[in-house]
Design a protein around this ligand. Sequence first.
Ligand SMILES: CC(C)(COP(=O)(O)OP(=O)(O)OC[C@H]1O[C@@H](n2cnc3c(N)ncnc32)[C@H](O)[C@@H]1OP(=O)(O)O)[C@@H](O)C(=O)NCCC(=O)NCCS
Length: 135
Amino acid sequence: MIRPSTEADAASIAAIQARCPEAASWAPLAGASYRCDVAIWNGEIAAFLVWRETAPGETEILNLAVDPSARRCGVATQLIQNILERTGGCFLEVRESNLAAQALYRHLGFRQVGTRTNYYSYPPENCIVMKFPSW
Ligand SMILES: CC(C)(COP(=O)(O)OP(=O)(O)OC[C@H]1O[C@@H](n2cnc3c(N)ncnc32)[C@H](O)[C@@H]1OP(=O)(O)O)[C@@H](O)C(=O)NCCC(=O)NCCS
């Protein structure tokens, strides 16, 4: 099940984030600028997705993490498809070394549309910009 996050989810989201160092180190709850969805798996919050609407019909995925105990069960797929059903286009950024996330996004139809050199810090790394749909 997927639903918008509430303030009561903050501790669960923080716990997942602590177990997912590949994710961005921030996870705001839903607010004026950002939206945050959570996925319930086996009765518990197993993942979160932070996103925002950047233009009418266009969204950006800002953060995503699935608890290690719930991976490869389609949880991230469900969270992202829930966004893609509502939007004409979706962008995201991912570290060049994060091959697992890139595989997920390609699996869902995202394609690389750009690279930003040394975009990330701690550690410094290039950023891959991906877009759905690919055209
Ligand atoms: C990347 C991540 C979100 C994937 O979540 P998930 O729920 O396990 O993904 P799904 O089960 O929906 O995977 C769907 C498909 O994506 C691909 N995929 C997902 N994880 C993969 C991995 N580790 N290696 C290779 N392919 C992978 C596969 O094609 C997979 O289908 P399959 O399981 O039938 O082979 C999860 O590993 C995670 O939270 N990682 C740490 C945080 C992170 O990197 N966030 C992204 C920041 S940009």
